[in-house]
Ligand binder design. Structure first.
Ligand SMILES: [Mn+2]
Length: 482
């Protein structure tokens, strides 16, 4: 990272030379044979302007008469001082524009709008190209490229929004995406996100209109819920990369390793296959860390006899995968681990069976939960039905897409919807059951697409039956074992 100040440059040179000395004195080496991910073939499909234009047409069809949608790009977030977190576009903004830059905005009118003697049905606002800025942060789209990418009928510079006269007498309803977390205000930039939002709010309130974020989000969720074939290809590739990472872990994990070594292997596999990175912070939770649902410290040492929950997902072209495997660190499950593992797998199998059109979104969860409850009673871990919530503590499914927890309307399942099925059983120490079950934590998560027939599993390249896992970890060919 360049900083541009001489004093800091000298300081960083001093630091880096002392770091080299420190590293040399440590002496131990990292097993580089770990880093050998298979290179997967990337999908050839690219989203073009027709995808984004069609999404806007579908949005326009769903909008009520005399309404307008205002979409804002995501806010840039400061990590600390003058360093930003990597920019991540707002998924709604991306879905309707294709633009992955900050300080952008889009207006979509249900009915054509007359502004200054011209008719408009949509206007995309982006930052104008700036040579100096490009030297520091890379190529910018500019107005022309933004038009090519989005297919927007009109594109303007973001500084033009302030003075653009919209006739709000013709507008009865304004929908937006979420814009509440803007922390930054560049007073020198009249087109930054803060200005775009401020001008929008003042125009809307001057016209005595109200702005509806919640209804807007529902509208976008409804449109994003079913995926196109091209979107499924992106999710499938994200799932393939993620399965490859899970398989690399099966093949390489051993007691004594650190959770963060596993995390490094995951990140290596993702990036070397063209993923933008992790769709969410990787969870590598060995032993009792499995009791923490969103464990991300990933700094414990893996111990013989423990299991490890690995809940990870690559992000590819904006689309996420989300796959969890529970892996025995030493390559084999203990008898108790096996029984709980099998119970969770049975619950998942039943959940997936109910993931078909005609059932509600919640049916796979209800059926997985019921199966897990019956299993817990059979194993003697619980005595009565009401105790199931001690060990089955989360829902079984969420939608998956541009967001890991993709928005949706949670009604009846329809073909094209992509969701996870991820039952889990967590038995913390001191639970009211035989201590032989304590500290067993299992979650199994797969990504599926609803079809007219049985659901198709997108994440089936990474084994999840006990036999397959133990065979793969023992170095045997495991693909055909059941
Ligand atoms: Mn999930």
């Amino acid at each position: 990272m360049l900083c541009g100040m001489k004093k800091l440059l000298v300081l960083s040179l001093l630091l880096s030379s002392s770091l080299i000395t420190l590293c040399q004195s440590l002496g131990s080496t990292i097993d580089e044979s770990l880093f050998k991910a298979e290179r997967l073939e990337q999908p050839t499909v690219q989203f073009s302007k027709s995808f984004f234009a069609e999404n806007r047409d579908r949005l326009r069809d769903a909008m009520p008469d005399s309404s307008m949608v205002v979409l804002f790009s995501a806010a840039q977030k400061t990590k600390s001082n003058d360093i930003d977190y990597p920019f991540h576009q707002d998924p709604n903004f991306y879905y309707f524009t294709g633009v992955r830059e900050a300080n952008a905005m889009m207006l979509i009118f249900k009915n054509p709008m007359r502004i200054d003697e011209k008719w408009y049905r949509e206007i995309l606002f982006v930052e104008e190209k700036d040579d100096k800025k490009e030297r520091w942060t890379g190529k910018m789209l500019g107005l022309e490229k933004a038009q090519e990418l989005s297919g927007a009928a009109s594109v303007m510079s973001n500084v033009e929004w302030k003075s653009l006269p919209i006739n709000f007498e013709k507008i009865e309803k304004v929908f937006t995406n979420s814009f509440n977390d803007i922390e930054r205000d560049d007073k020198m930039d009249p087109g930054d996100l803060k200005s775009l939002v401020t001008h929008t709010l003042s125009k809307v309130s001057f016209a005595k209109q109200s702005i509806s974020t919640n209804e807007g989000l529902d509208l976008f969720a409804y449109l994003r819920q079913a995926k196109t074939d091209d979107e499924v290809k992106m999710i499938q590739h994200a799932a393939d990369i993620t399965s490859e990472a899970q398989n690399r872990i099966y093949e390489n994990v051993k007691p004594g390793m650190k959770e963060y070594e596993i995390e490094a292997l995951i990140e290596y596999t993702f990036r070397s296959n063209g993923a933008e990175g992790e769709a969410f912070p990787s969870i590598v939770a060995s032993g009792s860390n499995g009791s923490i649902m969103h464990y991300t410290a990933n700094d414990a040492t893996l111990k013989d006899g423990e299991m490890m929950i690995v809940d990870i997902g690559a992000q590819y072209k904006g689309y996420a995968a989300d796959i969890t495997r529970t892996i025995p660190v030493s390559g084999t499950f203990t008898e108790e681990q096996k029984q709980v593992y099998q119970l969770v797998l049975d619950a998942q199998t039943v959940g997936i069976r109910y993931a078909t059109p005609g059932y509600k979104f919640w049916t796979p969860h209800e059926e997985a939960y019921r199966t897990a409850g019956k299993g817990l009673i059979k194993l003697g871990i619980i005595q009565e039905w009401s105790q199931i919530d001690l060990y089955y503590i989360h829902g079984t499914s969420h939608y998956l897409g541009l967001d890991v927890h993709d928005p949706g309307v949670y009604s009846s399942l329809q073909p094209g919807e992509v969701l996870t099925v991820e039952p889990g059983i967590y038995i913390p120490r001191d639970s009211p059951c035989d201590p032989k079950w304590w500290d067993i934590y299992v979650r199994i998560e797969d990504d599926i697409i609803i079809t007219r027939g049985p659901a198709r599993i997108l994440s089936d390249k990474s084994p999840r039956t006990i036999k397959e896992i133990e065979a793969l970890m023992a170095g045997e060919e495991a693909t055909t074992i059941e």
